[in-house]
Write a protein that binds this ligand. Structure first.
Ligand code: NAD
Length: 300
């Protein structure tokens, strides 16, 4: 089989000055994509700004014979997000691929988490993904082509101590992805999410040091690259990836309980085991499908 190429495609990768985003940008550029390397260049908590990291990645891409342009704007402001997409339009004439990857951490136990710490993390991960996708959306629709990857996290899907802000943003991205997939379907816009694990400055003091070598960022990028390729047909899905392992994550519903149209608190108590059953699990493609069992009960 031929290798996957991205010739003629223009990709925007946010937060691509370090870690995972940097690797996504290098890989896509090495396979022919023209890449906007966005990075605000702050520290892990999002403090500060530096155009250097994005420019360094661009220099590396160019040294390897690829095409790229740096952008130092902030994904979390409407003006910044517009400028990121405009950089693609001005430099390469279009935008095809968006990898929403920029992220920061402000970890605190919930007891100590301030509204500022909550808002700052939501702003970059969730609002930033919304703003950049929104700035590109009309262009993607118009050209009848788009590939979006949003960066979620296992911490969002399954919860993690000290990350109420981060996990809220990351689970929010799952709903965001599923809705974009549905709204983008008739325009050939595919949106998917990843929940990665990799050794970066974000995780170097959180993951076991023994695994540093095995959790390279290069073990995450192949999934991102596949999802943004022309040949990917799947949309609205979430995959976990890292260390050579990859798996699909499902949002699923149990068979449930419901024989009547009225439900009492005693009904809930008496049928608790059935309500909690996960056998069988059903994965619905959209909320219309998910309403199916209820509609069936209401009309039977
Ligand atoms: P990283 O800190 O190396 O990279 C994040 C990049 O985003 C940095 O270069 C930073 O400057 C940039 N950034 C931050 N705020 C920005 C803003 N407002 N505008 C533009 N750029 C901004 O960390 P990473 O591990 O490579 O993280 C990349 C993404 O993957 C993040 O969304 C993170 O939450 C997610 N993630 C990582 C892991 C992991 O194991 N490393 C696990 C789950 C999710």
């Amino acid at each position: 089989m031929a290798e996957l190429r991205y010739d003629g495609r223009v990709a925007v990768v946010t937060g691509a000055g370090h870690g995972l985003g940097r690797q996504h940008a290098l890989e896509l550029a090495s396979r022919g994509a023209k890449v906007v390397v966005n990075d605000l260049g702050g520290d892990r908590s999002g403090v500060g700004a530096d155009a250097g990291p994005a420019q360094q990645v661009v220099d590396e891409i160019k040294k390897n014979g690829g095409e790229a342009v740096a952008n130092p704007d902030n994904v979390a402001t409407p003006e910044g997000a517009q400028a990121i997409v405009q950089t693609a339009l001005d430099t390469f004439g279009k935008v095809d691929i968006i990898v929403n990857n920029a992220g920061i951490l402000r970890d605190k136990s919930f007891k100590n988490m301030t509204p500022e710490e909550f808002d700052a993390v939501i702003a970059v991960h969730l609002r930033g993904s919304f703003l950049v996708s929104s700035a590109a959306w009309a262009h993607l629709r118009e050209q009848g082509y788009g590939r979006i990857v949003n960066t979620s996290s296992p911490a969002g899907l399954f919860g993690n101590f000290g990350q109420a802000n981060y996990s809220t943003a990351k689970m929010g991205l799952v709903g965001f992805t599923k809705t974009l997939a549905q709204e983008g379907a008739k325009y050939n816009i595919k949106a998917n999410a990843i929940a990665p694990v990799a050794w970066t400055r974000m995780t170097e003091d959180l993951l076991p040091a023994d695994f540093a070598d095995k959790l390279g960022v290069d073990q995450v990028t192949p999934l991102v690259a596949f999802l943004v390729h022309d040949t990917n047909e799947d949309s609205g899905e979430v995959y976990t990836v890292g260390g050579g392992r990859i798996a699909k994550i499902f949002v699923a519903e149990g068979p449930g309980y419901g024989q009547k149209t009225t439900l009492s608190v005693e009904d809930v108590r008496d049928n608790w085991a059935e309500i909690n059953s996960g056998d069988p699990l059903t994965v619905f493609k959209n909320v219309g499908e998910q309403m199916g069992p209820l509609i069936k009960q209401l009309t039977s």
